[in-house]
Write a protein that binds this ligand. Structure first.
Ligand SMILES: [Zn+2]
Length: 242
């Protein structure tokens, strides 16, 4: 009896040591705890903090075509994006969840528009986020033919470019899944936009399409297309973190 107990205890110690050795080897090889990687496969974005910034809001409608306002499309898509990201385990922080401008959150500049941007940057920088996604709709006054998504990133950030590439490709695929496809373009590296310049974590400005293009506009106000492009952006974010 005593022998059996001793044997059992030895077996337990052996199993514990084996588990410890496997954990250490995995950490050494992949820099990650195997339990974490198994969990990540199951809930891919668990533990990731993502800021979603629906552009404009309140007094600032953004780009418009007649009564179609950019600020509303931005918010509708952002809320869908939030829901899908949370299902994937992400911790989502919104710069705004309703139709408001953010200029009232600080007094750091005399111009309303600048104060609005400063508030967005402050939220992104103060929340220890992994990435941010700023959602917008483009406009091209000189030609209604210009169409399709366009992702902008801070030129000096390799991580932001990686994220931008992924989102650009996935969004173009989402367009191609409808009865029309748009010509492909590379994400745009930028050094002057305040939001890209002042934020301390990787992130992108996603122009979902052109409000001035009749087909883009027609699709961007539809719930099913908004869901489709939100899903595409989430797939790109998962690809970025994988
Ligand atoms: Zn905008």
């Amino acid at each position: 009896m005593e022998e059996n107990k001793k044997q059992l205890r030895q077996n337990n110690i052996f199993m514990l040591l084996t588990l410890l050795a496997i954990t250490l080897i995995c950490r050494y090889l992949h820099g990650q705890n195997p339990a974490v990687s198994v969990f990540r496969n199951w809930v891919p974005l668990s533990g990731r903090v993502i800021v979603i910034d629906p552009g404009h809001g309140g007094i600032d409608g953004g780009a418009n075509y007649k009564n179609v306002l950019e600020k509303n499309i931005n918010l509708e898509v952002s809320l869908k994006l939030k829901r899908i990201l949370e299902k994937e385990g992400a911790n989502v922080i919104m710069t705004r969840s309703k139709d408001i401008a953010l200029d009232h959150l600080n007094k750091k500049d005399e111009y309303r528009h600048k104060r609005d941007l400063i508030s967005r940057v402050d939220i992104i920088n103060k929340t220890a986020s992994d990435i941010f996604i700023s959602i917008h709709v483009n406009a091209e006054k000189s030609s209604s033919k210009t169409a399709g998504p366009m992702v902008l990133y801070f030129l000096n950030s390799i991580e932001s470019r990686k994220l931008a590439n992924s989102i650009q490709k996935r969004l173009e695929s989402a367009y191609a899944q409808t009865d029309r496809s748009v010509s492909t373009r590379k994400p745009v590296g930028n050094v002057s936009l305040y939001l890209l310049r002042k934020t301390k974590v990787p992130g992108v400005i996603v122009e979902l399409g052109f409000i001035t293009n009749p087909k883009d506009r027609e699709m961007l106000i539809k719930q099913d297309f908004q869901n489709r492009i939100s899903t595409a952006i989430v797939s790109a974010i998962k690809e970025y973190f994988s």
